[in-house]
Design a protein around this ligand. Structure first.
Ligand SMILES: Cc1ncc(COP(=O)(O)O)c(C=O)c1O
Length: 393
């Protein structure tokens, strides 16, 4: 049994989550539940492997070991039931960077990229920064009988309409979805694959949260759902969220189609960004060969945290409801019934409850009235946060 209740002081380790509160929120006396890394100790089988490598005193250029892509392919096969050829996998130095490289590789001036807000904000920011236009196909909200959000569906009519524009050349998909934690089902992914392929819109499927499906939900890799999907996509994955090693940078892409693969692999090779650092190799190998049990226990703990937040909000707070995620450690909180303005909601969380969460509006206008809560932390921290929130209300 691993211990996820341990509280570890991260302040002073140059981590964004704690050491940039002042810059981000204007004060640092806040409980930190925003950016998406966890407060759990990185498992010992990873830190031990790194320590072992540190015993050798030279840190020169690494080479990619023979087993590296075989280990990744084995993990993807056993975790998601997707058999991929290890030659179809390449390291990339972060998924957001991978998206930017894919845009620069495949798009031309004037091309447009579809995103489905509310969605992980770098999809928009990176696309704009790379000089391309963003076209939004907002997701369709689903409500319960009390008017609280329970999830979203893809607007297929909207997607069809947008993809018919010949200048729309790429779609960025969050699978599973961030911030709402939806593990998209096969029919949804097949529908997206059919429309995008027919219209020549390349799909970039960001699956960084895919290893963190909860409560018996399945992660379905986009490229695995149909021939259309395999022939027209780049899938990005990583062990970084699951094993809390985002700072080590250990992402990779998987491309089934030979034409897309050759073009992208050549592009990233020409930029010399397609080989891992010493520590990415060591950490990925340890995570993907020894991490199965830890992952299971971590997911059970996170699921317990979600139960805790969900029932606590129902019992103590009128006007805020958790949208239960099917994947990962982020909870989309529907706060609209508090009736606060955007600034009022931020003021409640930051200045009154002393809590740093992600403001829902950063994921798109559709996120206004929502907050994103990171529950990848010891339950006692969540309890303290919820008590502060109740007091503030
Ligand atoms: C959907 C999604 N994609 C990508 C990232 C960041 O990935 P990377 O650090 O590999 O760029 C995050 C981090 O929160 C995320 O939630």
């Amino acid at each position: 049994m691993f211990n996820f209740d341990e509280i570890i002081d991260r302040k002073g380790t140059d981590c964004i989550k704690y050491d940039s509160l002042l810059n981000t929120y204007g004060r640092d006396d806040l409980g930190s539940f925003w950016i998406a890394d966890m407060d759990f100790r990185t498992p010992g089988f990873i830190t031990d492997a790194i320590k072992k490598r540190l015993e050798h005193p030279i840190f020169g250029y690494p080479c990619v070991p023979d087993d590296y892509y075989r280990i990744i392919s084995g993990w993807v096969g056993s975790t998601h039931g997707w058999q991929v050829d290890s030659d179809h996998i390449r390291y990339i130095p972060g998924i957001v960077k991978g998206i930017a490289f894919a845009e620069r590789c495949f798009l031309h001036p004037g091309d447009k990229v579809v995103i489905q807000p509310p969605v992980y904000h770098p999809f928009r920011n990176t696309t704009l920064a790379c000089g391309f236009e963003v076209v939004e196909n907002p997701m369709l909200p689903v409500y319960d009988s009390e008017g609280y959000l329970t999830g979203y569906e893809v607007d297929f009519a909207g997607l069809e309409h947008i993809c018919a524009d010949p200048t729309v050349k790429m779609m960025i998909l969050a699978n599973p979805h961030n911030p709402c934690g939806i593990a998209w089902d096969a029919a949804t992914l097949q529908g997206i694959a059919e429309i995008t392929r027919r219209n020549g819109v390349l799909v970039i499927s960001d699956e960084i949260h895919g290893e963190m499906v909860l409560d018996g939900n399945l992660h379905i890799p986009f490229a695995s759902v149909s021939k259309d999907a395999a022939a027209n996509s780049i899938v990005f994955m990583a062990p970084s969220k699951t094993f809390n090693i985002a700072g080590i940078v250990s992402s990779y892409c998987i491309i089934e189609d030979a034409g897309i693969r050759d073009r992208f692999f050549n592009y990233i090779a020409s930029c010399e960004i397609d080989f891992p650092s010493i520590f990415s190799i060591v950490a990925t190998r340890a995570a993907y060969t020894r991490g199965g049990q830890w992952r299971q226990e971590m997911l059970e703990y996170v699921s317990g945290n979600i139960d805790f937040v969900d029932s606590w909000l129902r019992g103590h707070v009128k006007g805020i409801r958790a949208v239960r995620p099917q994947a990962s450690f982020l909870i989309w909180l529907d706060c609209r019934k508090l009736g606060l303005s955007h600034d009022g909601l931020i003021d409640l969380f930051v200045n009154k409850a002393h809590l740093a969460l992600n403001d829902g509006a950063m994921f798109g206008a559709e996120g206004d009235g929502f907050m994103r809560l990171n529950v990848g932390c010891p339950r006692s921290m969540l309890k303290a946060a919820l008590e502060s929130l109740e007091k503030a209300l």
